[in-house]
Design a protein around this ligand. Structure first.
Ligand code: MG
Length: 369
C-alpha cells in the first residue's frame, strides 16, 4: 500500500453551554484540525488534534499537515509505523522549528491518521490491532460540569446529576482568585456526590508553589483522588518539591510534548497519574512509548482527552497501564462511531479504524473556511 494524497481541514465544534472556563482558558469551541490521508488501496485515514478553536492558528496546523508533512508522506508505505514516525520527526527539517506546538500537533494528526489506515487495513478496531481485550472495561469520569465559571449551585447540581447518570467520578476546576472559594466548591461537591464516588481537582497550572502546598494538604480532607496540573506545566523542580511535601497524588501530562519530558517527570517522582495525550504527543506512536514508561514504573495512565476520548478509548483498552478515561461530550456529533458512556463505562468501539472518521454531515456543519 502507498500513500497517494494528504489533505487537511478544520472543524470548529461548540462546547457545552456555548462557553466554558478553567483557571487559564476561556473556550467557546473545540478546534479540530484534521488530516486526511489517502492510499492506492482505497483506504482513507483520518487523524486530528484538539485546540481552543483559534482559527488563525488552526489554519497553520492544517497547513503544516498538508504542506510540510504531506510531501514527506507521498509514496510511503503507511504500515511502517516506526520508520515513518522517525522520518517525520527525527529525520525531517520540521523538527528544527518546533518540538512542541504547531508542528507537533500537526504530526499528532498525521500519525493518528496513519494508525487509522493500519487498523482499517486490518479490518479491525484499533484496540484489537494493538492487542486489546474486548472484555476490558474502561471507567469514565466526567469533567463537563466542573468548570470554574459555573455558580456553586450549578456546579453541585451538575456533578450530582453526573453520578446519578452512573459516573463513578467527576473532576472539578480550581484556581479561582480566592483559594477559600476553591475549597468551598471542593467541599460542596464532595458532600453532594457522597463518599463513595471519585472526585478529582484540576488547577490547570495556575498556582505558585506555596498556594499549591496549602491546597494540596487541604484536598486530603475531601478524599480527592488526584491534584491535576497544580503548577506551571514545565516546572519540574516545583513539582518535585510539591510531591515530596504532600500526600495527594499529582496528575499531569496534557502539556508535555515528548517522551523525554515524561521520562524526566517520572524519574524525579514529580508525577503519579500520567496524563499522556496522543493529540499533543506527536501521535499514537510516541504515546505508546510514554504509556510503557509509566507502566514500567507502575504508574497509571489516565489520558487527557484532546480527542474527546475517540482515540484514547482504543489505547486504554489496549494498554495495561490504563483503566480510566476522561469523558467530555463535545465531539459526540462529529464521528461515524462516537465515544459513548453507559452506566459509567465506555462502550467498546467496533468499527475498523481509530474512530476518527467524521460524518459527511458533520463536515458540512462544522467545517470552517
Ligand atoms: Mg486538565
Amino acid at each position: 500500500m502507498r500513500i497517494t494524497a494528504v489533505d487537511s481541514f478544520v472543524l470548529h465544534v461548540p462546547v457545552t453551554g456555548g462557553h466554558i472556563e478553567d483557571s487559564s482558558h476561556k473556550v467557546d469551541r473545540w478546534g479540530v484540525p484534521m488530516a486526511r490521508i489517502e492510499t492506492d488501496e482505497g483506504i482513507t485515514g483520518f487523524g486530528y488534534t484538539g485546540t481552543h478553536g483559534h482559527l488563525p492558528t488552526d489554519r497553520l496546523i492544517a497547513e503544516c499537515i498538508k504542506e510540510a508533512y504531506g510531501p514527506l508522506l507521498i509514496g510511503e508505505d503507511p504500515m511502517s509505523a516506526e520508520a515513518l514516525w522517525n522520518k517525520l520527526y527525527n529525520c525531517s527539517p520540521i523538527r528544527w522549528v518546533g518540538r512542541s506546538g504547531i508542528t507537533h500537533l500537526a504530526l499528532s494528526a498525521v500519525d493518528i491518521a496513519l494508525w487509522d489506515i493500519r487498523a482499517k487495513a486490518a479490518g479491525a478496531p484499533l484496540w484489537k490491532l494493538l492487542g486489546g481485550d474486548e472484555e476490558k472495561r474502561i471507567e469514565a469520569y466526567n469533567t463537563d460540569w466542573g468548570w470554574l465559571h459555573l455558580s456553586l449551585e450549578t456546579l453541585v447540581s451538575g456533578c450530582k446529576r453526573l453520578v446519578e447518570e452512573g459516573y463513578n467520578g467527576v473532576k472539578i476546576k480550581v484556581g479561582s482568585s480566592d483559594i477559600q472559594v476553591d475549597s468551598k466548591r471542593v467541599a460542596a461537591v464532595r458532600h453532594a456526590i457522597g463518599s463513595e464516588r471519585k472526585l478529582m481537582v484540576d488547577a490547570n497550572g495556575k498556582f505558585d508553589l506555596p498556594t499549591a502546598l496549602h491546597m494540596g494538604k487541604h484536598l486530603s480532607d475531601y478524599d480527592v483522588v488526584w491534584f491535576e496540573e497544580p503548577l506551571w506545566f514545565e516546572d519540574l523542580l516545583g513539582h518535585v518539591r510539591l510531591a515530596s511535601a504532600i500526600d495527594m497524588p499529582i496528575a499531569l501530562g496534557e502539556q508535555l510534548y515528548t517522551l523525554c519530558d515524561f521520562a524526566n517527570f517520572v524519574a524525579m517522582g514529580a508525577v503519579h497519574i500520567v496524563q499522556a495525550d496522543a493529540t499533543r504527543l506527536a501521535g499514537i506512536t510516541e504515546w505508546l512509548k510514554v504509556a510503557d514508561l509509566a507502566y514500567a514504573h507502575r504508574l497509571p495512565v489516565v489520558p487527557h482527552v484532546g480527542d474527546m476520548a475517540q482515540v484514547h478509548l482504543h489505547l486504554c483498552i489496549a494498554h495495561p497501564a490504563c483503566d480510566t478515561l476522561e469523558y467530555i461530550p463535545w465531539l459526540k456529533e462529529v464521528f461515524e462511531e462516537p465515544a459513548r458512556v453507559r452506566n459509567g463505562r465506555f462502550c467498546v468501539h467496533q468499527m475498523p479504524g481509530a474512530s476518527t472518521t467524521p460524518t459527511e454531515s458533520a463536515i458540512a456543519r462544522f467545517r470552517v473556511a
